[in-house]
Design a protein around this ligand. Structure first.
Ligand code: PRX
Length: 647
């Protein structure tokens, strides 16, 4: 392995860098100092129906926020992801699908993708969907999910993809919030050899969604499903009847492209709204640079399309760049923990992008599962979704990448739409565990608790002074909450909710959320949502949920439960509580630990002291910090005792 470790910095010498660090930094500084000039140049990455005359209209104001980019430009996202590649890349694979069953694959060329998207787009129009209507997509990891997103984009419908692991209740809440008129789903999903019903969840959800008129059903398996002849439409029958050509709807740059729900520290999940041109341009630019995209790359992002990573880096980024994007239906450990690397070998994957939780889980299975595979096609490895601990980083670099492949740790959020802080392969010297430097157009700042900016090395709240064109525009239907959540805390800055350290070399190290959002296996959850699912059970008087460090998941979920007077704390009740969370949110939100609490530690004003609960959940029972505001000191002692008893 040829590697130059300068102090703590790793540079893979044999990697042919696309440009050098000085050029990158010069270009970066120009993007910050002269954003209009920089983004006009970059806008050529997209095809425009009619050009824009205004570049940027952005004000992170103290009274209100304006974020508008290229605001008089006209284009279509689907045309940019599909049609414009037909000339040169019609026969190139656009989507390379590997099913749950090893080796069962499907290759969809750009021409085939075009025909499939047009057919569905025509089908949607035939069902009455028009520009500005919202379509909910509740599909597993099958090509139809990308086809559905692109078909919506083609006709100007706003898609709202709901992760197929969410429950009927969670789906219903999202469908109602975005006012969807149509849902696209499948009979079932297939994971690790098991069939998981989806259509039945939709049937249940739609009982409380009166606006939904139609439901399109993809037949992933031959499962029997209930059928509402008035409402349900078979995907195959719908698209077979349609033409392979479909005139796109020409969209204003700031017309909505999609809504994607994500958890916040309070209340119900927020519908993050992204618009057309700025988002797509930012996807294309970041995908190109952060993965050093080259002709003939086979690019694979293992995320689920139900999350922002899937939107930006399975669908929009790679397709806007005319790349081949691999989509995997299954799980990393089925039929064995070699699955990821077998897929890399089978398809000659050159760029692989996954989450630390998967890396840690596979690391635990031992090196043999990796070493038994070839992986020589790999060139770049990416990480996303949560802080990657240096041990996992090194394993990924040394064992998976054989010390040849730069690891790009990418920090960003559903709200930022695209990658904000990340290295460039071969260009940025790496430090394991650091996302390194900001990307073009992104100006991070660290502030202390009083809102003062920290210069140079230090640790504080991560905010953005500039975020480029891909950032969210609002919370769907709730602009006040948008302003309050992201701009109300530190005047003039976008507040990310993350803590961060900047070292003496200017490297950024994300330390994790500083609010009540937890990150479980890369899935973002609000503790408030889980608490509300728990208190919905009639036996529960009060619930408090906190995250705690978990070896593979990053964070685990620890719930403290106070039962109502006269209720017994039984195993049966524990089972019911877990089920309650599964029903209302989904299996990902099920607590790892449920601890009974005679009462919860509160301040005199009645606020639960989560800081104390977090320490208890970590297993720490003394040194619990300042207790001077605690209303009843005895409560903590009792809880600490029961924590100790649990071991
Ligand atoms: O806490 C940060 C963490 O994930 C949060 C965003 O979650 P979500 O909106 O679901 O998007 C995940 C995919 C982009 C952030 O606020 N996070 C994401 N990437 C990293 C990270 N934390 C540390 N390092 C990262 N690379």
């Amino acid at each position: 392995m040829k590697m130059n470790t300068q102090a703590d910095r790793i540079k893979v010498q044999e990697y042919a860098a696309p440009y050098d660090l000085v050029s990158y930094l010069n270009e970066y500084h120009r993007s910050i100092a002269a954003p209009d000039e920089f983004w006009v140049e970059q806008s050529r990455l997209l095809d425009w129906k009619s050009p824009f005359s205004k570049v940027r209209n952005v004000d992170f104001g103290t009274q209100g926020v304006t974020i508008r980019w290229f605001e008089d430009g006209v284009l279509n996202a689907c045309v940019n992801c599909v049609d414009r590649h037909l000339g040169q890349r019609g026969n190139q694979t656009a989507i390379l699908w590997e099913s749950d069953e090893p080796g069962v694959t499907e290759k969809i060329t750009y021409s085939e993708l075009h025909a499939s998207v047009c057919r569905l787009a025509n089908g949607l129009r035939a069902l009455g969907i028009r520009k500005g209507d919202c379509v909910a997509i509740y599909l597993p990891m099958i090509p139809e999910v990308a086809i559905a997103m692109l078909a919506c984009a083609r006709i100007g419908a706003i898609h709202s993809v709901v992760f197929a692991g969410f429950s009927a209740d969670a789906l219903a809440g999202r469908v109602r919030d975005c006012g969807a008129r149509l849902v696209i789903t499948a009979d079932a999903s297939v994971r690790a050899g098991k069939r998981i019903p989806l259509k039945s969840n939709v049937d249940e959800a739609l009982r409380s969604c009166p606006l939904v008129e139609k439901c399109i059903v993809v037949a992933r398996t031959s499962a029997d499903v209930d059928w509402d002849a008035e409402r349900d439409v078979r995907y195959v029958e719908l698209v077979d009847a349609q033409s392979r050509e479909c005139e796109p709807e020409w969209m204003n740059a700031e017309d909505p492209l999609f809504v994607l729900y994500t958890s916040g520290s309070t209340g119900t999940p927020k519908g993050v709204l992204h618009t057309t041109a700025g988002y797509l341009l930012s996807c294309a630019l970041s995908h190109r640079h952060v993965f050093d995209l080259r002709e003939d790359d086979i690019y694979w992002c293992s995320a689920d399309v139900g999350w922002i990573t899937g939107h930006s880096y399975i669908v929009y980024g790679p397709l806007a760049n005319g790349a081949t994007t691999l989509m995997f239906e299954g799980v990393p450990t089925y039929p064995s923990p070699s699955r990821f690397w077998e897929i890399c070998d089978r398809h000659g994957v050159t760029i692989f992008y996954t989450a630390p939780t998967a890396i840690r889980a596979l690391m635990r299975e031992g090196d043999d599962h990796v070493r038994s595979t070839d992986r020589s096609s790999l060139r770049v490895l990416g990480s996303v979704g949560e802080p990657i601990n240096p041990e996992a980083w090194r394993w990924y670099f040394e064992i998976v990448g054989d010390g040849r492949c730069p690891v790009v740790d990418t920090w960003w959020q559903t709200e930022t739409g695209t990658i904000m802080i990340a290295p460039i392969p071969g260009v940025t010297p790496l430090k394991p565990g650091s996302a390194t430097f900001p990307l073009f157009g992104v100006e991070p700042v660290l502030v202390n608790n009083s809102g003062d900016e920290i210069e140079g090395a230090g640790e504080g709240l991560l905010c953005l002074k500039q975020a480029g064109p891909g950032i969210m525009r609002t919370i769907y239907g709730d602009p006040k909450r948008f302003f309050k959540t992201y701009f109300g805390r530190i005047p003039g800055l976008y507040f990310t909710g993350d803590g961060c350290r900047r070292d003496e070399d200017g490297y950024y190290w994300i330390t994790g959320r500083i609010d009540d959002v937890i990150n479980v296996s890369g899935h973002r959850l609000g503790t408030a949502e889980i608490e509300s699912a728990l208190v919905a059970h009639p036996a529960v008087a009060e619930a408090a949920v906190v995250g705690y460090p978990h070896e593979t998941k990053g964070q685990g979920i620890h719930a403290f439960i106070t039962v109502k007077a006269g209720i017994e704390e039984t195993e049966k009740l524990l089972g019911e509580l877990r089920l309650s969370v599964r029903r209302q949110i989904g299996p990902i939100a099920q607590p790892d630990v449920i601890q009974w609490a005679a009462s919860l530690p509160k301040t005199r004003s009645g606020k639960i002291m989560r800081r104390v609960l977090r320490k208890l959940a970590e297993g720490q029972t003394n040194d619990l910090g300042d207790m001077s505001t605690l209303a009843e000191p005895g409560v903590v002692a009792t809880l600490a005792k029961s924590t100790q008893a649990r071991g």
